[in-house]
Design a protein around this ligand. Structure first.
Ligand SMILES: Nc1ncnc2c1ncn2[C@@H]1O[C@H](COP(=O)(O)OP(=O)(O)OP(=O)(O)O)[C@@H](O)[C@H]1O
Ligand SMILES: [Mg+2]
Length: 262
């Protein structure tokens, strides 16, 4: 029986899809059979984040409406056979009901260890549809005050669902600003949100480079932070990436100084 985890945020553009794709890859590297479901039916782009957009033939709507079988719609990652995507490519938010989504996922539960559900931004119909088919949730936020406030609202709503676990992912943390005292630290943000921190992910140029070239960067800071998240999910630990690590000591201070000049 798969663990179904929804990635949600409240605020848009904080990195749900990016974290979902990277976490899928990290779990697949650990040989966990992982399905990524694009439940952002309006502005779907999980296929793009995974570099699979040219391979989409059928999507979740086709499966739900019986135009194809499940295996016709699933796309396997070219490097990791454990990782599959159930894409959504139509821009038709309203058509697929909660029940239809639930019945598609029920047919997949036995074939996967993890099902990661990429939720749309906001807290309206798409949020509820994605959350009601999940057992666990990860709320993604950035250090931006607006993102933190929306994450708090999402967490309040998640409290009305019978979820087994709800954790926080603080994304796009600028270690240099934290060291300077100009940004809240990831730990302060997680503490303010009152839920266990599952990952601290640094701001990382590798995210954009990987997104454009499709190259894997196993030693990039964000990749390492997400690998820790995969470990935390599989072994119940609480390893968290230290986003300020690169800005410590003499060299770190020099890096901070140079960043300030740009
Ligand atoms: N850790 C990071 N470092 C640098 N850039 C990042 C990081 N995480 C995400 N981004 C960038 O932030 C942008 C938004 O990311 P993404 O599309 O994953 O957000 P989202 O929450 O899914 O957005 P939406 O609410 O529209 O679905 C993308 O350009 C992505 O490359
Ligand atoms: Mg998204």
């Amino acid at each position: 029986m798969a663990r179904r985890i929804v990635l949600t945020s409240g605020k848009g553009g904080v990195g749900k899809t990016t974290v979902c794709a990277a976490l899928g890859l990290a779990l697949a590297r650990k040989r966990k059979r992982t399905l990524l479901v694009d439940a952002d039916f309006g502005l779907n782009n999980l296929d793009v984040a995974l570099g699979m957009e040219t391979r989409v033939v059928y999507d979740i709507h086709d499966v739900a409406e019986g135009r194809c079988g499940l295996s016709d719609a699933l796309i396997e990652d070219s490097s990791y056979r454990e990782l599959k995507l159930l894409p959504s490519v139509r821009c038709d938010c309203a058509r697929l009901s909660k029940n239809a989504l639930a019945s598609v996922l029920a047919r997949l539960d036995d074939d996967f260890d993890f099902v990661l559900i990429d939720c749309p931004a906001g807290i309206d119909e798409g949020f509820h549809r994605a959350v009601c088919v999940a057992d666990e949730a990860l709320v993604v936020t950035t250090p931006h005050p607006g993102a933190i406030r929306d994450a708090d609202r999402a967490l309040t709503l998640l409290g009305t669902y019978p979820l087994h676990a709800v954790g926080v992912v603080v994304n796009r943390v600028r270690g240099d600003l934290v060291m300077d005292g100009r940004s809240l630290s990831a730990a302060e943000i997680a503490e303010a949100l009152g839920h266990p921190a599952m990952a601290y992910v640094p701001e990382d140029d590798a995210v954009a480079v990987c997104g454009q070239t499709g190259a894997e960067m196993p030693y990039a800071p964000s990749t390492r932070a997400i690998a820790m998240l995969a470990d935390n999910l599989t072994d119940g630990g609480r390893k968290l990436y230290d986003c300020t690590y690169n800005y410590r000591g003499v060299l770190g201070r020099l890096k901070m100084y140079l960043r300030r000049q740009i």
